[in-house]
Design a protein around this ligand. Structure first.
Ligand SMILES: [Zn+2]
Length: 116
């Protein structure tokens, strides 16, 4: 079991790659991406892009129809303090979310702007 955990650690988004410990959720927030509407999805991984394109919304209902959205989650390792940010990009379609892409930022510090 220990060995399995160590092998799996690099592939699990809530595991610290350095310590192999489960990270804690520290922040979560929902954003609309008014830039991208249905049929016009483009994959982005640059911090600069998200800094410009993400619009914080309170609830899923606040996302304009046909517009992509993004759920941001921050994890922090209780042992070494390392932070990681996961962005899950999806298209809300009626009562479902059509998942498009998940992007992990291992240096969560550079994504600090998400929480302000
Ligand atoms: Zn750690």
């Amino acid at each position: 079991m220990e060995l399995l955990k160590r092998i799996k650690a690099p592939f699990q988004d809530d595991w610290c790659r350095k310590c192999g410990r489960t990270m804690e959720h520290t922040n979560r927030r929902l954003f609309a991406i008014p830039d991208m509407t249905v049929g016009h999805y483009e994959s982005h991984t640059e911090v600069r892009y998200f800094k410009r394109a993400l619009w914080p919304v309170e609830e899923r209902e606040d996302i304009p129809a046909g517009t992509y959205a993004c759920r941001a989650l921050e994890y922090r390792c209780p042992r070494c303090g390392r932070r990681r940010v996961k962005l899950s990009v999806f298209l809300p379609v009626r009562d479902k979310n059509k998942m498009e892409e998940t992007i992990l930022f291992d240096d969560g510090e550079q994504m600090e702007f998400l929480w302000h």
